[in-house]
Design a protein. Structure first.
Ligand code: PEP
Ligand code: MG
Length: 885
């Protein structure tokens, strides 16, 4: 409970006596009104100045418990345009109770205003009510006027000691990408559920923890200090809880298996894109976490930006534009142009009550539509809608718009201003991850503005077959509402390759170019286009010969894919008859179905940590069993390699907060975490062994560094087998993903039934380059000769003991690497599910002999670039390693 003190000396009256229906009817909130005798307005409590009206006649203060107090000097004083007022504080300033806020000239006000009576009220009445108001009496500055009671029953006090004392908790942001949208949403959701107000202090600025937008605007990066502040009983525990939550926030998984050039922007069928089979890294726009970056893509991006300048003049109605590749592929079709009309907004409101009601109606309408859309969406589309749902109720955005409405502005003007102020702040951080959220904010801005105007949410025309959408920019909500079966491609004059639209387009399997420049806007409706999102070119109205050539390439590609799909279910052998098994890496039941449809022969790696990513409690044995059994069923008896939890490093999990570590990649990870929390390992092993039939499953242990770790897990496994009366032996494998396990592979392999090489981590640890490091992304290359030599040592050790060795890291999904791996002796690959057909068809063209000599040469080279150059040069149809196209 908070006591508000009189800001003025004078006569305190009930609000009903205010000669203005907005205040009298409590449309802005409940409180009291003071007819002043003094000329200085004082702070009624400790807090922060939220706003000072441009005409300086009103001030809003946010108390530490979160109550927002509006002090409005006089009635109709806005018309004085600041005459007679002097503001003594600024927005954002911290004030103490009794501190002077405004000075005003009583004579000027008495002459120019309808009344001097000054309402003091609580504007967030949904969360706070008032009690014990003292009215009908003379008051002095500082007299207690009424109490503010939190609707949630909070007993926090703004300024008294004891249980109400302010608590602060400072720690370092552990997340690799700082407090970006998802962590901000996690914090905001936690804060909204607390009775006590929580503030986050960083870089000398404060954000209300209930507002994801304000949290993002703090620009908190990895390693920055953040301080959580709260008041009241239980505040310490609440802050501790929030801190643990932040420490445990999971960064999105890396595009671990994603092969260069096809992963983050892989062309998937619309069905696959929306079926949740999409790489989680795509959904979150984590391009920087690609295991290996596609050099051609980087080049295209660079050239694209250079091209953008070239595209600036003059706009082209035919010819060619250069763009940045946002989703790879080739499309031929007709232009459907989308001219975005700016939504006109009138500044002046039609009464505070009317505008407030309209604002709530429009938000209700948009929220209801988003909720409906969310029910039918999955994957990246769902992520976009979730972001919009978060923002529509963002505490700070909504409060800011309401404040503007209370100053007499229209709801549309208020919402636009609130959104654009936040968007500007996010842009100014210079962080591309935050800038991506600007797309979402601007999208939501127009959704609410259209709802205020009573218009339909999108103005996208119905698409003809083979439509290539051409626009200045595209809003994510517009894209998800399009008929993906008719959309052949997307060309945007603006946009960026990591925007949500780019991510969605990739998930839908729609080729897209962005940053084409203003030339794209001159494209005429219905013009033929060739969109080459492999090279970064858009040909506008190409001549018949060029069009026919593009059609032919497209037809050949489709045919090749069809042929590959048709042969995908046949066992895969090299041209000289050596059997190579092609399995799939999985993280869900949906992916298992996609894998089987694409001819996968089993699952070579089930990343179990991704099955229960967003939870804040550990999954039970039954919950795990249900998932594993579902995947085993979807695989229809094919082998299922279940990896025990690989938590830690860049895969923290909310339900298992790990101690703060200087260098998490070198800390508690993989099997180390499981042995640190044997209770969790036991539950997981029990769930795995209960899958029916038990012989379908194999257990794979991540991050093994020595045989002792394997023996420790085996002991527990034997106990669990006894508990469950399982007599059959269970196959156990070790991942070789640390240099130590490769170097002593001969000793490791003695303890297990098979090995599986995790090239993503093996590359990271061998090259001492963080696999999530954006700057180093182009150098973290599994084709580095050091990595290849470790793979060769591992395969030789396994061969000597006649044990199987598979590769399940991203290298196995790379066409350039596959011949080398086969040449090194690898006979089982576990790959991205949708790539199984393409890789099988590649393998069928190879001879082991040619692969061996390629691999031997690769081992002796100096750099990854040299190995890539050799692979590219060798893998030509003329040299017999690749089929003629
Ligand atoms: C790897 O490191 O190559 C691997 C397959 O494991 P993850 O990518 O899940 O760390
Ligand atoms: Mg790994």
């Amino acid at each position: 409970m908070l006591t508000l003190h009189s800001p003025l000396s004078g006569w305190c009256a009930p609000l009903d006596e205010t000669p203005d229906e907005v205040f009298a009817q409590r449309l802005l909130g409940d409180g009291v009104a003071i007819d002043p005798t003094g000329d200085t307005l004082h702070a009624p409590c400790d807090g922060e100045i939220v706003s000072v009206a441009a005409s300086k006649h009103a001030v809003a203060v946010r108390a530490d418990i979160g109550a927002e107090i509006l002090l409005h000097v006089g009635i109709d004083t806005v018309a004085l345009n600041g005459e007679g007022f002097e503001a003594l504080v600024q927005p954002g300033e911290r004030v103490r109770q009794g501190q002077p806020l405004l000075k005003f000239n009583l004579d000027v006000l008495a002459r120019g205003a309808k009344s001097l009576i000054t309402p003091m009220l609580i504007t967030n009445g949904d969360r706070f009510s008032i009690a014990d108001a003292c009215v009908g009496l003379a008051v002095e500055v500082g007299d207690a006027l009424f109490k503010v009671v939190s609707e949630a029953g909070d007993t926090a006090s703004a300024s008294t000691g004891g249980a109400g004392q302010e608590q602060a908790l400072t720690f370092v942001v552990p997340l690799a990408h700082g407090i970006h949208a998802r962590p901000a949403a996690v914090i905001a959701n936690f804060a909204k559920a607390q009775a006590t107000e929580i503030s986050v202090l960083a870089h000398g600025r404060t954000a209300n923890a209930r507002s994801a937008v304000s949290l993002m605007a703090l620009g908190l990066k990895h390693g920055d200090e953040m301080t959580l502040i709260a008041n009241g009983a239980g505040a310490r525990a609440t802050l501790e809880h929030l801190k643990q939550l932040v420490l445990g926030i999971t960064e999105a998984p890396h595009a671990a298996d994603t092969p260069p050039g096809d992963g983050a922007k892989s062309a998937r069928s619309p069905a696959a894109g929306y079926s949740g089979a999409q790489d989680p890294a795509q959904a979150l726009g984590k391009r920087g976490q690609m295991g290996v970056q596609d050099p051609s893509q980087t080049r295209a991006a660079k050239e694209g930006f250079a091209g953008r300048e070239a595209n600036d003049s003059p706009p082209a109605t035919s010819g060619r534009l250069r763009g940045v590749i946002a989703s790879r592929g080739l499309a031929v079709g007709r232009a459907v142009t989308l001219k975005a009309a700016e939504i006109a907004v009138v500044e002046a409101g039609r009464g505070i009550g009317h505008e407030s009601a309209e604002f709530e109606r429009a938000r209700d309408e948009v929220r209801a539509r988003l909720n409906q859309l969310a029910q039918h969406s999955q994957g990246a589309a769902k992520d976009v809608i979730t972001a919009h749902l978060e923002f529509i109720d963002d505490w700070e955005l909504v409060a800011s718009a309401r404040r503007t409405i209370s100053r007499g502005k229209s709801a549309a003007f208020a919402w636009r201003r609130a959104v654009r102020d936040s968007a500007d702040t996010l842009r100014s951080l210079g962080d591309p991850r935050m800038a991506e959220r600007v797309d979402d904010l601007i999208d939501l801005e127009s959704q609410v503005l259209l709802a205020l105007n009573g218009e339909a949410p999108t103005a996208i025309p119905a698409l003809p077959e083979r439509a290539i959408l051409v626009a200045e920019d595209l809003k994510p909500s517009q894209l998800v509402s399009l008929d993906a079966t008719k959309l052949a491609g997307i060309c945007l004059a603006a946009g960026g390759p990591t925007s949500h639209v780019a991510i969605l387009a990739a998930a839908m399997g729609v080729p897209a170019l962005v940053a084409l420049g203003p030339g794209a806007l001159a494209v005429e409706d219905g013009a033929w286009l060739v969109l080459d999102a492999e090279q970064g070119n858009l040909s506008i109205s190409p001549d018949q010969i060029a069009l026919a050539a593009a059609e032919q390439t497209l037809a050949q590609r489709r045919q090749r894919q069809q042929t590959e799909r048709a042969a995908a279910h046949v066992d895969c052998r090299t041209a000289d008859g050596v059997r190579i098994e092609v399995f799939a890496n999985l993280a869900s039941i949906a992916e298992a179905q996609v894998a089987v449809a694409h001819g996968a022969e089993g699952c070579g790696l089930l990343r179990t940590e991704f099955l229960f990513l967003e939870r804040d409690s550990a999954p039970s044995e039954e919950e795990q069993l249900q998932q594993y059994q579902g995947i085993a069923g979807a695989l229809e008896g094919r082998p299922l390699v279940i990896r025990t939890l690989d938590i830690g490093g860049d895969k923290p999990i909310p339900y298992l907060p790990l101690p703060a570590e200087e260098n998490p990649a070198l800390g508690l990870r993989g099997v180390r975490t499981s042995l640190w929390r044997p209770d969790l390992l036991r539950v997981q092993l029990r769930a795995i062994l209960r899958v029916h039939p038990v012989e379908q499953c194999r257990v794979l242990l991540p991050m093994i560094t020595d045989p002792a770790e394997i023996r420790a897990v085996r002991r527990m496994l034997d106990e669990v087998r006894r508990e469950l009366s399982i007599n059959e032996p269970v196959q156990v494998g070790a991942m070789v993903e640390t240099p130590s396990s490769a170097v002593i592979a001969a000793r490791i392999v003695r303890e297990v039934d098979f090995l599986s090489i995790g090239t993503n981590d093996l590359t990271q640890y061998t090259l001492a380059m963080d696999r999530g490091h954006a700057e180093l992304a182009h150098r973290i290359d599994g084709l580095h000769p050091a990595v290849l030599n470790l793979i060769a040592m591992t395969v030789d050790a396994a061969d000597e003991q006649d044990k199987l060795v598979a590769v399940c890291g991203g290298l196995a999904s790379e066409p350039a690497a596959v011949p080398i791996l086969i040449g090194l002796g690898v006979r089982e690959l576990s790959v991205v599910p949708t790539l199984v057909p393409q890789l099988k068809s590649l393998i069928r063209t190879l001879t082991v002999e040619a692969c061996r000599s390629l691999a031997q040469r690769a081992l002796s080279l100096d750099t990854a670039e040299a190995v890539r150059a050799l692979a590219n040069e060798t893998m030509t149809p003329a040299r017999g390693l690749l089929p003629a196209q």
